[in-house]
Design a protein around this ligand. Structure first.
Ligand code: GLU
Length: 448
């Protein structure tokens, strides 16, 4: 037992040295390694053949220059990334993030998380992630297009239906996927629909993909609540963010009878004691690409706050759907004081390690992003299935598949936690369940 603990600590120290200056990557790895100590005590063979060390080292990391011309004629230079982390279960799969905070460490943390998330979906997809430090905010449509074309001019040689299938993430939605796909098609002279997911519905996209991450997060949250004797019906829910994940989490939570009492963006947060007018929010964020303060000008009873934090609201459920590390230890303490009993992560790693500790100590039922936001990538895998069979499925059928996938993730996560004597600890359950499938595949495929 002690040997495993020491070995894991040794791997981690080495990883810190070899990946200096990448705190988010360290955080994501530390959380998983912590859970793996429990597995290695029971199943020491998972320490054979350098498995854990190989798992923490991306198979390939691509970094490239992305030059583009602004509307005023200036030449701008951004940095592009694609981290192909693990392809033991299938082609690399994961989104592209365009945001000024993007650097190699952020993409590695996201790619690492993606391995376990994708494994949990039960579908044949490996883990990868990419993006750029390009800031889409305030850019014209033509600038976005030229940037996407330049980005794909390099990326196209590294991706493919059987190799690596990117999709969206923060800053990359339907418009960007369109420009990226157009450039891929032009460069390769092939309409390879399976090369990207999140496509438009007339050129290989899947129904439900737009809604999938938010809907999936709510399906699994409700499943967790029912398993613990509650439900979303009549519950008060905080949803942070107001992008693609948040909007559809709000929509589905309200459809299931909850009241969403607040949402946010980087300019501030909006308190909505009577619930959210989702159509208005969609119009502001998806059509006008505006800010959340516009919402209070047009909706009744909503209050905009620039100060304080959305986590100050009283609620039963919190769905962080904005970005990494948006809930720290103090915020988590506030959630406890304000009566929150359930937290499910629509975003990737929105809770810091300190926040997770607070949830544990206070018996908050907590579903980590790997399980709670897997609906997006799962539906991407369903899009890949439709592309491979040159078919397109109905909304109802696809939504039903998504729902069943989310329910299975909950069952598997919860059963694995119990199997390893940590009943109700969904962090341990998700990490171990996600890990074992990838680990078994890696062991079967030899040292590569
Ligand atoms: N970016 C999403 C995620 O974090 C979706 C990735 C995909 O659809 O490939 O899982």
């Amino acid at each position: 037992m002690a040997t495993n603990d020491n070995q894991i600590a040794g791997y981690y120290q080495k990883l810190l040295k070899r990946n200096a200056g990448e705190p988010e990557f360290h955080q994501a790895v530390a959380e998983v390694l912590d859970s793996l100590q429990i597995v290695l005590q029971k199943d020491p063979h998972y320490n054979d053949y350098g498995l854990i060390e190989r798992l923490c080292e991306p198979e390939r990391q691509i970094i490239f220059r992305v030059p583009w011309v602004a509307d005023n004629g200036d030449v701008r230079v951004n940095r592009g990334f694609r981290v192909q982390f693990n392809s033991a279960l299938g082609p690399y799969k994961g989104g592209l993030r365009f945001h000024p905070s993007v650097n190699l460490g952020i993409i590695k943390f996201l790619g690492f998380e993606q391995i376990f998330k994708n494994s949990l979906t039960g579908l044949p997809i490996g883990g990868g992630k990419g993006g750029s430090d390009f800031d889409p905010k305030g850019k014209s449509d033509a600038e976005i297009m030229r940037f996407c074309q330049s980005f794909m001019t390099e990326l196209h040689r590294h991706i493919g239906e059987y190799r690596d299938v990117p999709a969206g993430d923060i800053g990359v939605g339907g418009r960007e996927i369109g420009y990226l796909f157009g450039q891929y098609r032009r460069l390769t002279n092939e309409h390879e629909s399976g090369v990207l997911t999140g496509k438009g519905l007339t050129w290989g996209g899947s129904l439900v993909r737009t809604e999938a991450t938010g809907y999936g997060c709510v399906y699994i949250t409700n499943k967790m609540m029912v398993a613990n004797g509650d439900s979303l019906e009549g519950a008060k829910v905080i949803v942070s963010g107001s992008g693609n994940v948040a909007i559809y989490a709000i929509e589905k939570a309200q459809e299931l009878g909850a009241t969403v009492v607040g949402f946010s963006d980087s300019s501030g947060w909006v308190e909505t004691p009577n619930g959210v007018d989702v159509e208005l929010l969609k119009e502001i964020k998806e059509v006008r690409r505006g800010r959340v303060n516009e919402y209070v000008e047009e909706a009744t009873g909503a209050i905009f706050h620039e100060d304080g934090s959305i986590w100050d609201l009283k609620a039963d459920v919190a769905l962080p759907c904005a970005t990494q590390n948006e809930i720290d230890g103090e915020h988590a303490q506030k959630l406890v004081e304000n009566g929150v009993k359930y937290v499910a992560e629509g975003a990737n790693m929105p809770s810091t390690a300190e926040a997770i500790e607070v949830y544990r100590k206070n018996h908050i039922h907590f579903l980590p992003g790997k399980a709670a936001n897997a609906g997006g990538v799962a539906t991407s895998a369903l899009e890949m299935q439709q592309n491979a069979s040159r078919d397109s499925w109905s909304f109802e059928y696809t939504d039903d598949r998504l729902k069943r996938i989310m329910e299975n993730i909950f069952r598997h996560t919860s059963a694995t936690a119990a199997e390893y004597d940590h009943e109700g600890d969904y962090v341990i359950g998700a990490n171990i369940a996600g890990f074992k499938k990838v680990a078994d595949a890696m062991l079967a495929q030899g040292v590569i």
